[in-house]
Design a protein around this ligand. Structure first.
Ligand SMILES: *Cc1c(COP(=O)(O)O)cnc(C)c1O
Ligand SMILES: [Zn+2]
Length: 412
């Protein structure tokens, strides 16, 4: 742990999201006064668009806006700066002239979780922790395990036992101690929280959460830079715990604070959840400020199967603040959307990405998006992680004899 005199030199502090009390940066995530979550607050240096333009193609190009004091503590496996694709084919189908897909399915561990996990593991290294871990709906397990491997730290993964085999295989391959909990994500999360605190393990999305969420801000930094520092009109974001949506808002706000973006108050934040685990959509539609947990999530979008979303309340606030909406889609709609994206743009996503695309479609149908709006749809994970569920709507190829006439007959 840091000594007091080192702390004085830090360029960040922690601030309670509720009562605004400030703390020195430390391995700490809850306010002593009111138990509110702690967010990272910065003393920003002077930044210009040119500050970033000649740097490496990872999200660490935004170092000044991330909560690591010393660059030597960065643990990077090359994540970030993923493509922002102008989706003209899909746009044409939907009647949109300025549709962009932020394609995070091509990160090193094949989901956006490399963003928060990489920042959290770097901070764990900076704090001098001797082990890390996470509670995961699948993708975070791989992202944490891969970055832990790079950092040379042991990694403990707590996950519900019903996850896709690809996600389990991946995390095990990176060398994680994988604990498959017979229960829901919320059960795994509760156990991870207790073990993390009692053993001093840096659980990236629980006791490291203040720093973890900062990584997802890079989703705003990259989109802003890739749009040549113009503010998007509509952002469609898949929501599980809600940490990402909240962080994306924080990221855009910080860009406005340092004068890299103009007024962001006209952005529209759209939260997308799967039917069967859509507690935030339910609350939004009832105009309620309270998110009622889903006890037994039931959806093929396992990455989003968080019944009791930690940042649910804050997502509702963000939707109110940024002219937002929340919408859900069912399993069939998710699978249709996966194929639609794959067949128009050549991008293969897992069900969470299908949720974004399906909700995008619904927003257009409901007249919530204008055809000339600058729309950014976040595709957060790779289809190879969930082939079992996607294969259900595809025809398994029939094995044929290597006979020219027979095969020629089916090539029309
Ligand atoms: C975790 C995850 C999400 C949801 O992120 P939250 O911060 O939990 O809201 C979305 N998409 C994918 C692919 C994920 O793995
Ligand atoms: Zn507080």
């Amino acid at each position: 742990m840091f000594s007091k005199d080192i702390l004085i030199l830090t360029r960040t502090s922690l601030q309670c999201r509720e009562c605004k009390k400030e703390y020195d940066t430390a391995f700490k995530y809850i306010c002593d006064e009111c138990f509110g979550p702690l967010d990272v607050k910065y003393n920003f240096p002077k930044l210009t668009k040119d500050t970033f333009s000649n740097r490496g193609h990872t999200y660490w190009r935004y170092f000044e806006l991330l909560p690591i004091e010393n660059k030597s503590n960065i643990v990077s496996i090359g994540a970030g700066m993923t493509p922002l694709i102008k989706a003209d084919n899909l746009g044409k189908k939907l009647g949109l002239n300025n549709l962009y897909i932020k394609n995070d399915s091509v990160n090193p561990t094949f989901s956006f979780k490399d963003r928060p996990a990489g920042v959290a593991i770097s901070k764990a290294k900076e704090f001098g922790l001797s082990a890390v871990g996470c509670a995961s709906t699948g993708n975070l397990a791989s992202a944490t395990a891969a970055h832990a491997a790079k950092a040379g730290l042991p990694c403990h993964v707590f996950a519900p036992s019903n996850l896709e085999m690809a996600k389990i295989t991946q995390a095990l391959s990176y060398g994680a101690n994988y604990i498959a909990v017979d229960g829901t994500y919320d059960d795994a999360n509760r156990i991870a929280a207790q073990i993390g605190d009692s053993k001093g393990i840096g659980i990236v999305n629980i006791n490291m959460r203040s720093h973890y969420v900062e990584g997802s801000k890079t989703f705003s930094f990259e989109v802003a830079e890739q749009l040549d520092w113009q503010v998007p009109d509509q952002l469609i974001i898949p929501v599980g715990s809600g940490a990402m949506l909240n962080a994306i808002c924080k990221g855009f706000e910080e860009l406005q604070t340092v004068s890299l973006l103009d007024d962001i108050s006209n952005m529209h934040m759209i939260a997308a959840q799967p039917h069967g685990c859509a507690p935030i959509v339910d609350a939004f539609k009832k105009n309620s400020k309270e998110v009622i947990p889903v006890e037994h999530p039931d959806t093929i979008a396992k990455s989003l199967a968080i019944g009791d979303p930690g940042d649910g309340r804050y997502v509702l606030k963000r939707l109110a603040q940024y002219n937002g909406f929340a919408e859900e889609c069912n399993n069939k709609e998710i699978l249709d959307a996966i194929l639609l994206l794959a067949r128009t743009e050549g991008i293969f996503t897992e069900p969470a990405g299908g949720v974004s695309i399906s909700v995008l479609q619904k927003m257009v149908e409901q007249g919530k998006i204008d055809k000339n709006d600058r729309v950014v749809c976040y595709v957060t994970g790779n289809g190879l992680k969930a082939t079992e569920s996607i294969m259900e709507v595809l025809q398994k190829p029939k094995v044929m004899k290597a006979n020219i006439e027979e095969i020629s007959a089916v090539v029309n």
